[in-house]
Design a protein around this ligand. Structure first.
Ligand code: TYM
Length: 326
């Protein structure tokens, strides 16, 4: 039997190259060898109460990106979290075996609490418990994510261990699976690429928009003039070249020319924008075709919920039995 993979992502609308390189490319690859379940986590998105009026639109934008990137609804289950409400029941049940201290010490919780001091809600504290429920509802062993999700996965493993200890072996301990780009920094060259920081390059951007965004990227902060020797190892544009320059020897040539001040940052960014636009051209074509068939995307979403529902019902029954509810 094939092993099971689960991953989720918040409906932030159009996905960026950080989501793609950090997670989506693994979602696509894993489809060949695993039974994969991928979920757009709309309930998690409510922890920040941002853009709730755009939630439906954002879910669909994201599903377009996933499908255009190569997620195949014939092979994998693609669905929206709230369409399979058993996850909320399981969240409540798992919360009973989760000490509060495990949740309040999570760095992402502390960071969110700092960013939204006026809205430190209960859902924010329970975020990793809901994530655990997402994963174990489908008894997934492998969870492709970017590096920022590792602390949440650690909590998930702790909850699973505790549950299995108390009620007997029920869930596999989920293992994170990183890509070779576990964290992509944004155009500011300092922070993780993220829509909330407005430092992203969207996969679905037009070639012109992409070029404009890339030309605004920060490079080596110590290099003021073109005649100054550059430091590629601290430059995020050079790092991004690793993913969008086909020939890897070329990446070394770029670094040497930068160090020798033979190449300027403008030229370097132009080449990066070209590489991104070249690599994403087939994706963008597929995405445009999908946008012309909205009914198909609705069918994918409805079919995903149906298939996820069947597995979820089975697991929840088993959990209730083990916990003495049935
Ligand atoms: P989210 O929506 O923030 O991100 C979705 C996926 O993209 C990865 N990612 C990145 N990787 C590298 N560099 C970046 N700049 C970058 N930005 C985002 C994330 O690591 C993630 O894999 N809590 C999760 C969603 C979730 C989930 C789950 C994940 C809910 N339930 C169960 C796995 C399993 C989140 O907010 O991801």
């Amino acid at each position: 039997m094939k092993g099971r993979v689960f991953s989720g992502a918040r409906p932030t609308g159009r996905q960026h190259i950080g989501n793609y390189l950090g997670a989506i490319q693994n979602y696509v690859k894993l489809q060949q060898d695993y039974e994969c379940i991928y979920c757009i986590v709309d309930v998690h998105a409510l922890t920040t109460l941002e853009d709730t009026d755009k939630l439906q639109e954002n879910i669909r934008e994201m599903m377009h990106d996933w499908l255009a990137a190569g997620l195949d609804p014939q092979q994998s289950i693609l669905f929206v979290q709230s369409h399979v409400p058993q996850v909320m029941e399981l969240h409540t049940l798992l919360s009973m075996v989760t000490p509060l201290g495990w949740l309040t010490r999570v760095a992402t919780f502390k960071e969110k609490a700092r960013l939204q001091p006026e809205n430190i809600n209960y859902g924010l504290v329970g975020y990793p418990v809901l994530m655990t429920a997402d994963i174990v509802l489908y008894k997934a062993e492998t969870v492709p994510v970017g590096e920022d999700q590792l602390p949440h996965l650690e909590v998930a493993r702790e909850i699973v261990r505790r549950f299995n200890n108390i009620f007997g072996p029920t869930f596999p301990e989920p293992q994170a699976k990183l890509t070779d780009a576990p964290i992509i920094l944004g155009l500011d060259g300092v922070n993780k690429m993220s829509k909330s920081l407005n430092n992203e390059i969207e996969l679905a951007a037009s070639p012109e928009e992409t070029r404009e965004r890339v030309m605004g990227a920060f490079t080596d902060p110590e290099r003021k003039y073109r005649s100054d020797p550059g430091h590629p190892e601290v430059c995020n544009v050079w790092r991004l070249h690793h993913h969008f320059t086909k020939n890897h020897d070329q990446v070394d040539v770029i670094a040497q020319e930068c160090r020798d001040a033979l190449r300027g940052c403008v030229e370097c960014k132009e080449q990066l924008a070209e590489g991104i636009n070249r690599d994403l051209a087939p994706f963008r074509e597929r995405r445009a075709a999908l946008a012309a068939s909205p009914q198909y995307v609705e069918e994918v979403i409805a079919d995903g919920a149906r298939r996820a529902h069947a597995i979820a019902t089975e697991t929840l029954r088993e959990v209730k039995e083990r916990m003495g509810l049935i």
